[in-house]
Design a protein. Sequence first.
Length: 79
Amino acid sequence: MVFEIVGEIADVRTIAVGRRLREARRLFKAYGPGRWRKLKGVANVRLPDGTIARGEMHWYEAHGIGRRELKVKRILERP
């Protein structure tokens, strides 16, 4: 799904870190070494049809590397 984040991501929580992160080896190979974490949060997103909806976001993040592979896991509210 193609989308654009509108504003800030709120209510950020850590889902997995270190050994509990299934994708750690792939992330290391693709983006480099780091303390990889999987996080989730809530943000307003602009969908391909132009509407703005509130959605649950999931992504991976490491210090010095930043956010990678953001995706909208589910739509929480539609206008």
